[in-house]
Design a protein around this ligand. Structure first.
Ligand code: ITT
Length: 177
């Protein structure tokens, strides 16, 4: 059993398909204003390990758009909640370089253990219009080889995604101990 501290149901469903025995804790933690997902996750780990007794995981993710020099990056949640996918598409109007990546950093710790971080990345392209009903967040505008992530099932997304990358890295580390 492991706790996953997140308020995001889509993330939890994807993580559960990877780990199985997972318990969602929607208790929140402070996401500091920092330059990297790693800093946000490290700081978050301090807070959740002080509050929960047991194996615990958090995950910080973001969308990094090449032509926007990595924006929205660490501001992805705020940007999604304010301008959303339509706002991103508007910022990308007339931009031919559509390259982008989703990045994920997982933080993990057990009591008395120094937290560890694991990373994953998915490279793709920003679409010209949203497509698909699955996934969450920026998935409808993020295209991988002609299909948006929102057009993928959870098992399909979990074969390639940033989150599956970071979580499988954690899983491998756990299995290798
Ligand atoms: P937590 O409670 O786990 O922090 P959150 O939704 O705030 O949930 P993040 O800060 O990690 O999660 O996510 C930043 C933003 O990026 C947020 O708007 C997400 O919807 C979006 N996002 C994260 N992972 C995504 C994915 O796999 N596909 C599409 N959008 C994603």
């Amino acid at each position: 059993m492991m706790y996953f501290v997140t308020g995001n149901k889509g993330k939890f469903a994807e993580a559960q398909a990877i780990f199985g025995d997972l318990v969602q804790k929607n208790i929140g933690y402070i996401e500091i204003q920092a330059d990297s997902l790693e800093e946000v996750a490290s700081y978050g780990m301090k807070e959740v390990t002080a509050r929960l007794d047991g194996p615990v995981m958090i995950e910080d993710a973001g969308l990094f758009i090449d032509a926007l020099k990595g924006f929205p990056g660490v501001y992805s949640a705020y940007v999604f909640d304010t301008i959303g996918n339509q706002g991103i598409l508007r910022l990308m109007e007339g931009v031919s370089n559509r390259g982008a990546s989703f990045r994920s950093v997982v933080g993990y710790a057990e009591p008395e253990m120094e937290p560890r971080l694991f990373r994953g990345e998915l490279k793709g392209r920003i679409n010209f219009e949203p497509r698909g009903q699955g996934g969450f967040g920026y998935d409808p505008i993020f295209d991988v080889d002609g299909k948006t992530v929102a057009e993928m099932s959870i098992p399909e997304k979990n074969k390639i995604s940033h989150r599956a990358g970071s979580m499988h890295a954690l899983k491998e580390w756990l299995d290798s101990r």
